[in-house]
Design a protein around this ligand. Structure first.
Ligand code: IMP
Length: 442
């Protein structure tokens, strides 16, 4: 029963969208298991005047392969307006969505009040201290998951029963208005307006809604191949990330089972997506962050601006301490390295292999505590850079020696194989076949 799960190994924005899009060619089903419209998975295809780009926020990155079925699992928090908008835009490009998209009846809904509560909470955190805010995407993710776990959430299935939805929503909005007015001194929301908006989603969402766990169980037992698509990254996991500067779901491998309803025994491969350097959006510790000119250079070369919010991403060198930790939490069976081309043109490249703690001790383990992480200093190995443009390379053998050595260094340090390397945004800009001798000869 083969499930392959694609997981961000850093703080998100590793290029999972491109990888899922590529791997969808060999999949029957592509399924998103957590997060919501906070994600931005960019798919690029075509060249020159024909070049096209699409940023997916909710629909799995397999949607551009007509043979695949796409699933939004129960672990996702769904903004109905956002998903309907995305469906319309994809259909306008000529792709069939209605026949190919399935949305879990158990997925929880994002409501306008979730975004309001999030904005009020972020404003309050900023007032408490300068870097107290989490720097969320403003998509209502945290408050929606809070309601889910507090057992007062509203689910996709509730959209299909307008009368009961009316009651549930009215109660929920009244409760949130009390919070917004009483605690945060914010204008209350109009109950009738929201109720009318959400009641109208019934017929629009209906064709997509199903028990996706049952669908996946059947697909797996009939031998279909399922690609599970994670959003965000492992270091944003609510349990394993740099808490509290995290998202509110489980981007790590375990999230795939709970977020889709597939058994762990079905998961055969866990592919960690590793950007060739590090980036982070929002606040929180980032040991290898580069300030000043070097960080700016990486940001410009890599186009490191948020696909969802447009915010400039914080940039830094590759952090193998953090990656060793996420490889172990997820049990990666291999890694895929993305954006290697962005490192072309640097005289030398630094890679962090240890952290120096305030006590002077040098460690290879990733501290779980935010204050320790904030005070940790990176200890780097310096590797030679390369000048050549590598965006035309299609096998490891076509890379400059220094670029191959960079990949091999990652493999050795993580004790994992680099299965695939991306050298540009387009589908075809990829080296398959790893870094081994056979690949070099190709
Ligand atoms: P939230 O998920 O909007 O609650 O944001 C929590 C943290 O996760 C913030 O630091 C966000 O910048 C970060 N985050 C959320 N989604 C993404 C993503 O898709 N890529 C990178 N960072 C993200």
């Amino acid at each position: 029963m083969p499930v392959t799960v694609i997981i961000g190994s850093q703080w998100g924005d590793e290029g999972k969208g491109k990888l899922v899009d590529l791997m969808s060619e060999d999949a029957d089903v592509v399924a998103r298991y957590q997060g919501g419209a906070n994600a931005g998975h960019t798919i690029c295809w075509g060249d020159g005047a024909e070049a096209k780009e699409f940023v997916l926020h909710l629909i799995p990155s397999g949607i551009f392969h007509e043979g695949t079925t796409c699933v939004i699992g129960n672990g996702v928090v769904l903004d109905p307006a956002a998903v309907l908008d995305e469906i319309e835009k994809i259909e306008a490009l000529g792709y069939d969505v209605e026949g190919r998209l399935k949305i879990s009846h158990n997925a929880h809904l994002i409501m306008p009040y979730h975004k309001q509560v999030e904005a009020a909470q972020e404003a309050a955190r900023s007032e408490d201290s300068e870097d107290g805010a989490i720097g969320t995407t403003g998509r209502g993710i945290g408050p929606a998951y809070t309601d889910k776990f507090a057992r007062r959430g509203i689910r996709v299935v509730d959209l299909l029963d307008p009368e009961s939805l009316r009651d549930k929503l009215t109660r929920a909005i009244e409760e949130k208005n009390a919070l917004l007015e009483g605690v945060y001194d914010v204008e209350p929301l109009d109950v009738d307006e929201i109720v009318e908006e959400y009641v109208a989603f019934d017929e629009q969402i209906d064709p997509y809604v199903t028990d996706t766990s049952q669908y996946l169980t059947r697909a797996l037992s009939s031998g279909q191949r399922v690609l599970a698509e994670g959003a965000q990254g492992s270091l944003l996991d609510v349990d394993f990330g740099t808490y509290p500067f995290v998202t509110s779901s489980h981007p790590t491998a375990g999230g795939c089972c709970t977020g889709l309803g597939v058994p762990p025994t079905a998961v055969e491969r866990a592919v960690g997506v590793v950007k060739a350097y590090s980036t982070r959006v929002g606040n929180g510790p980032f040991v290898t962050e580069l300030h000043g000119e070097m960080g700016e250079r990486l940001r410009e070369a890599g186009g490191e601006f948020g696909a969802t919010t447009g915010r400039p991403r914080r940039c830094g060198w590759l952090d193998l301490v953090a990656l060793g930790y996420t490889a172990s939490v997820n049990g990666f069976t291999e890694v895929a390295v993305t954006k290697l081309d962005v490192l072309s043109g640097f005289d030398e490249l630094k890679v962090c292999t240890r952290y120096r703690l305030p006590s002077g001790e040098e460690v290879r383990r990733f501290p779980s505590e935010v204050e320790t992480l904030r005070r940790a200093e990176p200890v780097y190995e310096t590797l030679p850079g390369w000048d050549a443009d590598i965006t035309g390379a299609r096998a490891a053998g076509a890379l400059p020696t220094e670029a191959r050595d960079y990949l091999r260094f990652v493999e050795e340090e993580l004790d994992l194989t680099v299965g695939l390397t991306s050298v540009g945004p387009r589908r075809d800009q990829v080296l398959t076949g790893g870094t081994g001798e056979a690949a070099m000869a190709a």
